[in-house]
Design a protein around this ligand. Structure first.
Ligand code: NAI
Ligand code: MG
Length: 351
C-alpha cells in the first residue's frame, strides 16, 4: 500500500487538494490501486493557533514512512512575511533533499496559446529546475540596514554534486521518454561561477551521445522560448532561473490554473504540487481551477508506477479543457466543483 500524505495548506490549496483526492480515490477504487491518503493540517490556521508550522521530526517521518506527499499551496495574508509557508514548503524541499523540480509545460488546447501561430504542436517541453541550492539558500544578509551605507548580499551556491545530479536527471528523463534535445541555461558570460554548469553539462552530455545537448545563456533562452518554443524538449537550469522560466512556461501552456510540478529525489519521498499559490484573491469562492492539481496528481501516479492511470487522468483533463468546460481563468464559466465533476465524468467513461 502506498501511503500518501496530503497537505492541503491554505486558501486555494485546500480547495484543489479536496478535488485532487476525490479524483484519485475514484481512480484508485476503479482500478484497484493500492493508495491510502492521510491529511495533515499544516498551514496558516494551525500556525496562528500554535506557533508551529511543521512539527519537529515531521520531515523524518515523511521520509521514512510515506511514499509521496500531495501538496496544495501555502500562503495567508494574516501571516506576516509568510513565515509558515517558507518553513513548510522550503523545509520539505530542502529537508527531503528534493533536488529535482520537474515542471512540464504542455499546451492543452490551441485556443489557450498566448502566442500567435504557436499551438499544441509547438508548446511542449519540460523544465528540470535545480531545487536545493543556487540563490535560494538564505546565505547572506543585510549589513548597516537603513543607513546610506547599507549592503545587501545574497550568496549563490553551486556544488559539483548539485549541478551534476540535476543535469543527469534531465538527460535520464529525456532518454527514458524518447526526447532528443536537452538545453541548459546559465549566465556564465556574467557570472563566472556558472562555468561549473557548462563544464558539467558537457561532461554528462558526453555520456548521452544520441542526445543533442545545447547551451544557452538564460536571457537568450527566455527570448527563444517565446519566439520558437518548438526548439525545446527538455530544459535544465538553476533554481532562480528555473523559477522564472517555469512561470513563463506556465504562461505559454495555458496559465497557472493548469501548471503542475513534482519535487523529486529517487532516494527520498517525492512531493507533488500545483505551481500556483493560495490565490487569496479568489480563494473560497469556487473560482479556483482544479486542473493544475489533477495534472499534478497524474505526475504522482506516474511516479508511483501507475503510468496507465496517469495517462487516463491527463486525457480526462485534456478533454474537459478542449470542450471549454473550464473555470474563468481559461475563459469558461464553471465552478471548481463543476470542472471536477466533468473530469470525473470523462474519467468514468474511459475506465
Ligand atoms: P498565486 O499563484 O496564488 O496567484 C497568482 C494569480 O493567479 C492570482 O490572480 C490567482 O487568482 C491566480 N490563480 C492562481 N492559481 C489559480 C487557479 N488554480 N485557478 C485560477 N486562478 C489561479 O500567487 P500569488 O498571488 O503571488 O501568491 C498568493 C499566495 O500564495 C502568497 O502568500 C504566496 O506566497 C503563496 N504562494 C505559494 C506557493 C506554494 O505554496 N507553492 C507558490 C506561489 C505563491
Ligand atoms: Mg515561482
Amino acid at each position: 500500500m502506498a501511503r500518501i500524505a496530503v497537505i492541503p495548506g491554505d486558501g486555494a490549496g485546500i480547495e484543489v487538494a479536496k478535488e485532487g483526492v476525490a479524483v484519485l480515490e475514484l481512480l484508485a477504487k476503479a482500478r484497484g490501486l493500492p493508495l491510502s491518503f492521510e491529511s495533515f493540517d499544516f498551514g496558516a490556521e494551525r500556525y496562528l493557533k500554535t506557533g508551529v508550522a511543521l512539527p519537529p521530526g515531521q520531515i523524518e517521518t515523511f521520509r521514512k514512512d510515506y511514499d509521496a506527499i500531495l501538496f496544495g499551496a501555502v500562503g495567508d495574508p494574516r501571516v506576516k512575511d509568510n513565515a509558515h509557508a517558507r518553513e513548510i514548503l522550503l523545509g520539505l524541499r530542502f529537508g527531503l533533499d528534493l533536488y529535482v523540480n520537474f515542471r512540464p509545460c504542455r499546451l492543452l488546447a490551441d485556443r489557450l496559446s498566448p502566442l500567435k501561430d504557436k499551438g499544441t504542436k509547438e508548446i511542449d517541453f519540460v523544465v528540470f529546475r535545480e531545487n536545493t541550492e543556487g540563490q535560494y539558500n538564505g546565505v547572506g544578509g543585510i549589513f548597516k540596514k537603513g543607513t546610506p551605507d547599507e549592503i545587501a548580499i545574497s550568496e549563490e551556491i553551486n556544488t559539483r554534486k548539485g549541478v551534476e545530479r540535476i543535469i543527469r536527471a534531465a538527460f535520464g528523463w529525456a532518454k527514458k521518454h524518447g526526447k532528443k534535445r536537452v538545453a541548459m541555461a546559465d549566465k556564465s558570460n556574467a557570472i563566472p561561477a556558472h562555468e561549473l554548469w557548462g563544464r558539467t553539462f558537457r561532461e554528462v552530455a558526453a555520456e548521452f551521445p544520441e542526445m543533442e545537448a545545447k547551451h544557452f545563456y538564460v536571457d537568450n533562452l527566455a527570448m527563444q522560448l517565446v519566439l520558437k518554443p518548438e526548439l525545446f524538449d527538455v530544459i535544465v537550469t538553476t533554481n532562480l532561473f528555473g523559477d522564472i522560466l517555469t512561470d513563463l512556461g506556465a504562461a505559454l501552456s495555458g496559465g497557472l490554473g493548469i501548471a503542475a510540478s513534482a519535487n523529486l529525489n529517487p532516494d527520498s519521498t517525492p512531493l507533488f504540487e500545483p505551481v500556483h499559490g493560495s490565490a487569496p484573491d479568489i480563494a473560497g469562492k469556487g473560482l479556483v481551477n482544479p486542473c493544475a492539481m489533477f495534472l499534478t496528481s497524474a505526475l504522482m501516479l506516474a511516479e508511483l508506477g501507475h503510468e496507465a492511470e496517469a495517462r487516463l487522468l491527463e486525457q480526462a483533463v485534456q478533454r474537459t479543457v478542449a470542450e471549454g468546460k473550464t473555470t474563468r481563468d481559461l475563459g469558461g464559466t464553471l465552478s471548481t466543483a463543476e470542472v471536477s465533476a466533468e473530469v470525473m465524468r470523462h474519467l468514468k467513461a474511459a475506465l
